[in-house]
Design a protein around this ligand. Structure first.
Ligand SMILES: Cc1cc2nc3c(=O)[nH]c(=O)nc-3n(C[C@H](O)[C@H](O)[C@H](O)COP(=O)(O)OP(=O)(O)OC[C@H]3O[C@@H](n4cnc5c(N)ncnc54)[C@H](O)[C@@H]3O)c2cc1C
Length: 467
């Protein structure tokens, strides 16, 4: 491909303590944590709201905050959940118990909660502003370049945090990364959606209509209806045979009810989407919008209670489960999950099962993944540690990474990528960035005990903190 040079003088518009790229769950937790340590924080978000996949992407629910005994997303995770509840932003079936399974989200309420929390903490945040480049000298980031309506500008900071979900900042700064499985294939994405006109009480009657829990639902007791012993996936094979569904997809995560008539949906898969390529994303969004209509037919024709459902919206952000994993000083791996690992530099503990989705359609892969993920589930009260080193990218000194692209293998990404997990790593990165800025030290040189002390003060769950 032909290349051209492009040179331009741009304004250095901000010089702050901490710069954060991306305002999803990780970026929110990181910015609040850093600002509450007294730091001047600048966050840029390319969408028009905070919340990432949980708002702009219409992901319908929080997965577990707790391990059945302990609340693991203590601190900012707890604060977000409490605020959302106070404003009526969780599903009508919400309860204390659901903190240990899943909780439906009303995305408009969540957007306002995030706006308010960041405003109150004094975080300087900009929407419709995208990180587009990074200036580095050896292992040190000098400045980042952002593009917005007013043009291109630079930001300098003592510490930088990549919460872009795809590791844009880290990769452009030169961090090593992995992407997908051994063949570079990634878990399918899903364009989430919002529906009205559903009759929850009628849906419950499906239990009598030969749609008892499938093997899938029994093993994955997180979906709203499956907690009632009902399986919305029961007729998928019929719908595939009838060509109502054009793709051989046996994995239906389902719907989470916001009210008795409105539900957020995580249904259908887009295979082969690469979140780091806008052409691939565009194709997935276009196809996802079409596929949503196929599922409308499926729900209306094969299940009870959905006859009058109407599509309200699909997400603005393509639902991406997996893209890059930034390689850090430690790579959290499946053996850590199996042994419920503890680490000296633990910044939190988490427990969600290893939730892998297929990279391609078909029954064989689905069964394989189901069997694997069944084996990779914890009992009540069990969890694994998340070491600080997973947030520290190799070969870079003043950058941290939080959220779904931290340093893990694919299995652990399948567990820790859910939003309560992202609050844990975001919060830790925020406090660590404050320490880097105060002590003028590199990411890997911050005092771990001090980091853990500050996290404990914020409410983090750290039973193994250094004494
Ligand atoms: C289909 C689907 C269903 C899911 N279901 C659940 C569920 O039920 N429960 C649950 O807890 N989790 C669920 N997850 C996982 C969870 O939503 C995400 O993994 C989580 O939101 C990741 O948080 P994050 O902050 O790392 O990234 P994101 O939420 O992806 O946020 C990243 C933000 O960074 C912004 N950004 C990206 N690049 C740039 C840039 N260059 N400049 C500026 N801004 C940028 C994006 O616009 C985005 O707002 C699901 C995910 C998917 C895809």
């Amino acid at each position: 491909m032909e290349k051209i040079s492009y040179e331009k003088k741009i304004p250095l518009r901000y010089d702050v303590d901490v710069f954060i790229a991306g305002g999803g769950p990780a970026g929110i937790a990181a910015s609040l944590a850093a600002a509450r340590q007294g730091k001047e924080v600048m966050l840029v978000e390319s969408q028009s709201c905070l919340g990432g996949l949980g708002t702009a992407g219409l992901v319908p629910a929080f997965m577990k905050f707790g391990d059945g005994v302990n609340f693991l997303s203590g601190g900012i995770g707890r604060e977000v959940l409490n605020n959302l509840r106070n404003e009526g932003g969780t599903g009508f079936e919400d309860s204390q118990e659901r903190e240990h399974t899943s909780i439906a989200i009303k995305p408009e309420v969540l957007k306002r909660v995030y706006d308010r929390l960041l405003e109150e903490a004094g975080v300087n945040f900009l929407f419709n502003t995208t990180l587009i480049d990074v200036q580095c000298q050896a292992a040190q980031i000098d400045a980042v370049i952002c593009a917005a309506k007013s043009g291109i500008f630079a930001v300098k900071a003592s510490a930088y945090i990549d919460c872009s979900g795809d590791g844009d900042l880290a990769v452009w700064a030169g961090a090593p990364f992995e992407k997908g499985d051994e063949e570079g294939e990634m878990m399918a994405g899903t364009l989430c959606s919002l529906w009205s006109g559903i009759n929850f009480k009628e849906c419950l009657k499906m239990a009598d209509a030969d749609t008892g829990p499938s093997e899938d639902c029994k093993r994955k007791p997180t979906c709203n209806l499956s907690t009632h012993g009902i399986n919305p996936a029961a007729r998928l094979e019929d719908a595939m045979k009838d060509k109502v569904l054009s793709q051989e997809d046996y994995h239906l995560s389902g719907m989470w009810f916001q009210t008795e008539h409105i539900a957020g949906a995580n249904i259908g898969h887009e295979y082969g989407v690469d979140a780091t390529d806008e052409r691939s994303l565009t194709e997935a969004l276009v196809n996802g919008r079409q596929r949503t209509l196929e599922y409308e037919k499926y729900y209306k024709q094969y299940l009870k209670g959905y006859e009058h459902m109407e599509l309200v919206a699909t997400g603005n952000l393509m639902g991406i489960r997996e893209s890059r994993r930034i390689m850090g000083d430690y790579v959290l791996n499946i053996e850590d999950f199996k042994k419920r690992a503890c680490f000296e530099d633990e910044v939190g503990r988490y427990c969600f099962f290893v939730d892998l989705h297929c990279t391609r359609p078909g029954k064989q892969d689905h069964r394989k993944l189901l069997d694997r993920s069944t084996a990779l589930r914890y009992k009540k009260g069990e969890s694994y540690g998340v070491p600080y080193r997973c947030l520290v990218p190799r070969e870079l000194n003043n950058l941290l990474v939080a959220g779904r692209c931290i340093s893990t293998d694919r299995y652990m990404q399948g567990s820790l990528r859910v939003m309560p997990g992202c609050y844990i790593t975001g919060q830790a990165a925020g406090v660590a960035s404050a320490l880097m800025s105060e002590q003028r030290c590199h990411n890997r040189d911050i005092p771990i005990q001090k980091l853990q002390d500050r996290l404990l003060k914020m409410g983090a769950y750290l039973p193994n903190a250094l004494k």
